[in-house]
Design a protein around this ligand. Structure first.
Ligand SMILES: [Zn+2]
Length: 393
């Protein structure tokens, strides 16, 4: 199924543009008309991170006339392994600024529009409305569902991608012509079940593999060439070096894009919809959360505590809290960890930031360890407050 181009051609290309885009112009399927369509295109990239980096750089190089970027984060050392739009010299800068600098350096002939803010249900409709196409480079479920809902409600297509370790996925969601993200994933995964990129890691170059698919699809949609990735999910395995395709059908019962939609406006709270932590975990941490300073005091006072790090072995190797023993969260969820816990000591759990330890705490309390606690802020808070010379990640 080929689709008509999203964008009408611009009137003219300048001499500089003809020179710059000549390798596009001599491809028959793109040609002058295609390049003029790119010039007239307005594309928004959500997130200037792993996927956003290659997406922004190639969209800019390709001559997308108006390139918007939205992000609220600042450039951190741990970004540089994969977010190639940022440089050592831009550490500490807002990501949008760092990204805009790189993009303007790649192609000064395009307009770069910077949105230095968090995409929220307050601004998403108004921002999306200004663009022809959205490229979704977000890394969390709450924003993904919000991007999908806003795009469907506005009748706009968007190119979606996701990455994790060695695995990537990409698709084009356009409710007018195919399924939306909710047709593919009606429910967000249960809280704590799917590790984030920060938790599970990602091979840096995977961002380029998936980001380039996203740009490829964006250019096809804008210029109306080829077979768009509508109704198909591309699954890439970098270890096996395989690309698989899965058909995705529009769900007639989809609450957003189906025959009788029940979602007719944005949700009030996407974070709550996706639940950063489960209800059980939220209950478990009530009155059972200690700070890293309290943990340090307990240790200094020689209190008889049993400190457990529920992260993964690789993370433990990077940095750990003195005295903590490693029992990954999965061992709590499958119940194996419980027999390792002493009955006569206070159980203290921690993870990287406090989400996984909250999930583990729910299991531990359910098993009868009523005075068990978890450490708010986890290792990140420990490094910040107690041992600033240790590495963070
Ligand atoms: Zn749908």
């Amino acid at each position: 199924m080929s689709l008509p181009p999203l964008v009408e051609p611009a009137a003219e290309l300048t001499r500089d543009e003809v020179n710059r885009y000549s390798r596009h112009l001599i491809i028959p399927d793109v040609g002058m008309a295609g390049q003029k369509r790119l010039k007239n295109s307005k594309v928004l990239v959500v997130g200037a991170g792993g996927l956003g980096s290659p997406a922004l750089m190639y969209l800019a190089a390709a001559g997308v006339g108006t390139l918007g970027l939205i992000d609220f984060d600042i450039v951190d050392e741990s970004n540089l392994q994969r977010q190639i739009i940022h440089r050592q010299s831009s550490l500490g800068q807002p990501k949008v600024e760092s990204a805009a600098t790189t993009v303007r350096d790649i192609n000064p002939l395009i307009d770069v529009v910077v949105h230095n803010e968090m995409l929220s249900n307050e601004n998403v409709m108004e921002i999306f409305a200004r663009y022809d196409l959205i490229v979704d480079g977000t890394d969390n479920f709450a924003t993904r569902y919000m991007v999908n809902d806003a795009a469907v409600l506005l009748g706009k297509p968007y190119v979606w991608g996701s990455i994790y370790r060695f695995d990537g996925q990409a698709s084009v969601f356009w409710a007018e012509h195919g399924p939306c993200y909710r047709c593919l994933y009606p429910e967000p995964p249960p809280p704590g079940m799917v590790p984030s990129c920060a938790e599970g890691g990602v091979l840096g170059v995977l961002c380029a593999s998936i980001g380039s698919i996203q740009v490829n699809e964006a250019i096809k949609l804008l210029t109306g060439i080829g077979e768009p990735l509508v109704g198909r999910l591309m699954i890439y395995d970098a270890l096996e070096m395989t690309y698989r395709q899965v058909k995705v059908r529009k769900d007639p019962e989809c609450p957003l894009c189906g025959k009788n939609p029940t979602i007719t406006e944005l949700l009030d709270d996407y974070e709550a919809f996706c639940g950063a932590v489960s209800d059980e975990a939220q209950q478990a941490v009530q009155g059972s959360t200690i700070s890293v300073n309290e943990l340090k005091d307990m240790q200094d006072n020689g209190e008889d505590i049993f400190l457990i790090d529920v992260r993964e072995p690789n993370e433990y190797e990077i940095v750990s809290i003195p005295g903590a023993r490693l029992i990954p969260k999965g061992e709590f969820l499958n119940g194996n960890a419980l027999e390792l816990l002493p009955q006569d000591k206070k159980i203290v759990l921690h993870c990287k930031s406090g989400v996984r330890s909250a999930e583990a705490l729910a299991v531990v309390k359910n098993a009868g360890f009523a005075d068990a606690v978890h450490v708010g802020g986890g290792v990140l808070a420990w490094v910040k407050e107690i041992e600033p010379d240790k590495p963070s990640y």
